[in-house]
Design a binder for this molecule. Structure first.
Ligand code: ZN
Length: 192
């Protein structure tokens, strides 16, 4: 398992709700946490590891700084309020940061690995991170939410990522679009 980078097509995949959580999926989720920690990420969505599932992982820290690992299966955001603009980055866009405007406060509900529903009222950093991760599950990326001026400001960095992607593909390190689509459809049919 590895983190895929822009413009890998799986980052544009809109995942369907998960219906089945089996042992293999639990193992994949454990690997996602490992990858998230290795790369110092705040959260990691399934699309970012080339999986078509509606799940993301996050380590949610409370005010005392104690972290709690949370798996968000089929997350739904409600009760958005306020507006804030802060710099955002993404493990699929290494070293690219840009300001994104989003609601400041949200409520997120999801299912955990134990099948129980939970919900969090969040603001600030975690509200932003959860919205960023849920966007991933819909195939939406933070660069889609930038102002035209900020889009222009990172354009060359994005072009560099596109060139890297194309050269990896030429070397055979990344499959073709049709092969990727077939693989995602196969994985999806098992659990959604
Ligand atoms: Zn991201």
């Amino acid at each position: 398992m590895q983190i895929i980078k822009y413009p890998h097509p799986t980052l544009r995949y809109k995942s369907k709700p998960l219906k089945r959580v089996d042992r293999e999926l639990k193992e994949m989720i454990a690997e996602m946490f490992d990858l998230m920690y290795t790369h110092d990420g705040l959260g990691l969505a399934a699309n970012q590891v080339d999986l078509p599932y509606r799940v993301f992982v996050m380590n949610v820290k409370d005010e005392s700084g104690d972290g709690q690992e949370r798996v968000f299966i089929n997350p739904v955001i409600s009760r958005k309020s306020g507006q804030a603009e802060e710099s955002e980055g993404c493990l699929s866009f290494p070293e690219i940061y840009a300001p994104v405007r989003r609601p400041e406060r949200i409520v997120v509900s999801a299912y955990g690995l134990d099948g129980r529903e939970f919900s969090y009222a969040m603001d600030g950093l975690y509200a932003r991170a959860v919205q960023h991760e849920v966007d991933h599950l819909d195939g939406v990326l933070f660069i889609d939410r930038l102002s035209p001026a900020n889009q222009l400001a990172i354009r060359e960095d994005l072009d560099d990522l596109v060139r890297e992607f194309e050269s990896s593909r030429r070397l055979g390190a990344i499959a073709g679009d049709e092969e990727i689509a077939a693989r995602l459809a196969g994985l999806e049919s098992v659990r959604t």
